[in-house]
Design a protein around this ligand. Structure first.
Ligand SMILES: [Zn+2]
Length: 250
């Protein structure tokens, strides 16, 4: 189905909620979600990303953990793309209720989006487990080898969900509530069979739109499906104010 139909849906409705998938983060320049990334990590560190980004590895080898966290997440985080700026404008225009994502690179907030449910955490929300003070990625980059809380001296806990930990129940509840309130659900940069896409089960609204690089069997459930590059499609359907676009470099 056409981008024109998507444009019509997004410009004529409010109560829109976006499930934002990893295609956006990859397009935004972060390496972590690339398919060959796990292999690169194993070659470089002799361990899988799952082993490194686990609560036991963090507890036992915090220096090695934070080295990898800086090199592989913070230094390769990329930035917001057209999808994030489109969502920011939709929120400013009063059409978007919020965003639900498993991505922890914080691109949507960097673009200015306000209501973002980050189910797997946020690399800019590293927290002191003792006093609760929050530190952004820049602070972690600047404080080597181990980042300690300025307030109380405790080792700061990474902002992303680690393997072997329970997910934050509050975030899951917030995500389910937000999706249940949506009139329109926009699934962007992922399919309905992905872990994120499966949250569509909470949706009770009227219109389901999917924008993804390839069509999947389950997409027949969508009222509108657009196949292709999510950033290019969103730039046509709901152009945002990308700060670099004006300079012609995007
Ligand atoms: Zn503290």
């Amino acid at each position: 189905m056409s981008v024109e139909y998507l444009k019509k849906i997004l410009t004529e409705n409010s109560g829109i909620v976006c499930l934002l998938g990893r295609a956006q983060a990859i397009a935004g320049g972060c390496d972590f979600y690339r398919e060959d990334y796990a292999y690169e990590i194993e070659t470089k560190y002799g361990r899988s990303p799952g082993e490194i980004f686990s609560s036991s590895f963090f507890r036992n080898r915090p220096k090695a953990f934070y080295e990898c966290y800086r090199e592989e997440l913070l230094k390769k985080r990329g930035g917001p793309d057209e999808c994030n700026y489109a969502l920011k404008r939709m929120e400013d225009d009063g059409r978007l209720l919020g965003i639900v994502t498993r991505g922890f690179f914080n691109h949507s907030r960097m673009a200015g989006c306000r209501n973002v449910v980050q189910m797997y955490g946020n690399i800019d929300a590293n927290t002191c487990p003792h006093c609760g003070r929050v530190y952004d990625g820049k602070y972690i980059l600047e404080h080597t080898p181990l980042p300690y809380c300025e307030n109380c001296g405790t080792l700061i806990y990474p902002g992303v969900a680690l393997q072997g930990e329970m997910l934050d129940n509050q975030q899951i509840t917030r995500a389910a509530d937000l999706i249940a309130r949506a009139k329109v659900l926009l699934v962007l940069g992922t399919g309905l069979t992905s872990n994120l896409g499966s949250l569509v089960r909470y949706f009770q609204g009227n219109l389901l739109a999917v924008v993804n690089s390839r069509e999947e069997l389950s997409d027949y459930k969508a009222d509108c499906f657009c196949e292709g590059n999510a950033a290019e499609i969103m730039a046509q359907a709901y152009p945002g104010n990308h700060p670099l676009a004006a300079e012609g470099s995007v």
